[in-house]
Design a protein around this ligand. Structure first.
Ligand code: BG6
Ligand code: MG
Length: 225
């Protein structure tokens, strides 16, 4: 896929950045972990940080399926568990404020705005909008693609393609900033420039990656277009 983009899409300029939310702009990964843990304790299901790592970027339903690890559960029970997890999650995001933006995140949004680069949010979360509001970043974005926007979640490319369409740009002119393996896979499938945030074991399949969002260099990314 890397080969595909570099060879066939040469000369395509980066005009837009699509940011994942959880784990890129803010550290809600820990909140998701704590509420899944609470649900698992109530249900007598095994859950640890290693399993939690597999949930980065994937939808609520898929996350529960991973936690259940093949255990058969009726649809009604699945839905009740997802709703309960979400209630707990919504209780925990009330605590989020601007202080929860990861260091350097807002500066990057500001620099991109100055350069007139289009910005979209591309998050699998159905709670992305309230989290953006609490972080006070919604005005930076020209489009929002969230867990309510498309049927197929990451690693399918649909969410990022939807974001590009809403921005009115070609997918090939988009850079995606992602912390999850599922998100990198989705960006590559969409034909976008995949920019990873995190360790190589997790985001090493991206075109370019940085340990933290504060390490990201906009000009590096623009020159890779
Ligand atoms: C992603 C998170 O952004 O959103 C996942 O990385 C989470 O961990 C997914 O499962 C869905 O979130 P929500 O808020 O719709 O349950
Ligand atoms: Mg993420």
């Amino acid at each position: 896929m890397k080969f595909f983009r570099e060879v066939l899409i040469i000369g395509e300029k980066i005009e837009a950045f699509i940011f994942d939310l959880d784990g890129v702009l803010t550290d809600t990964v820990e909140y998701h972990y704590l509420v899944w843990k609470r649900l698992c304790e109530e249900e007598g299901l095994y859950f640890d940080r290693q399993i939690n790592e597999k949930l980065r970027g994937v939808s609520r339903r898929k996350s529960l399926e991973i936690i259940l690890g093949g255990k058969k559960v009726q649809e009604k029970t699945l839905e009740e568990m997802m709703a309960r997890k979400n209630r707990y999650y919504q209780q925990s995001i009330i605590k989020i404020s601007k202080e929860d933006l990861l260091p350097g995140a807002e500066e990057i949004l500001q620099q991109l705005k100055k350069k007139h680069i289009k910005l979209a949010l591309g998050s699998s979360s159905k709670n992305a909008r309230p989290v953006m509001v609490r972080l006070e970043i919604e005005d930076y974005f020209d489009a929002v693609a969230d867990g309510n926007s498309v049927e197929r979640s990451k690693p399918a490319p649909d969410l990022f393609l939807y974001a590009a369409e809403k921005l009115g740009v070609s997918p090939y002119s988009c850079a995606v900033i992602e912390d999850a393996e599922a998100g990198i896979e989705a960006a590559l499938k969409a034909g976008m420039l995949a920019v990873g945030i995190g360790p190589p074991e997790r985001v090493g399949k991206s075109h370019i990656y940085y340990p933290r969002i504060s390490d990201l260099r906009i000009d590096d990314i623009l020159s890779r277009g």
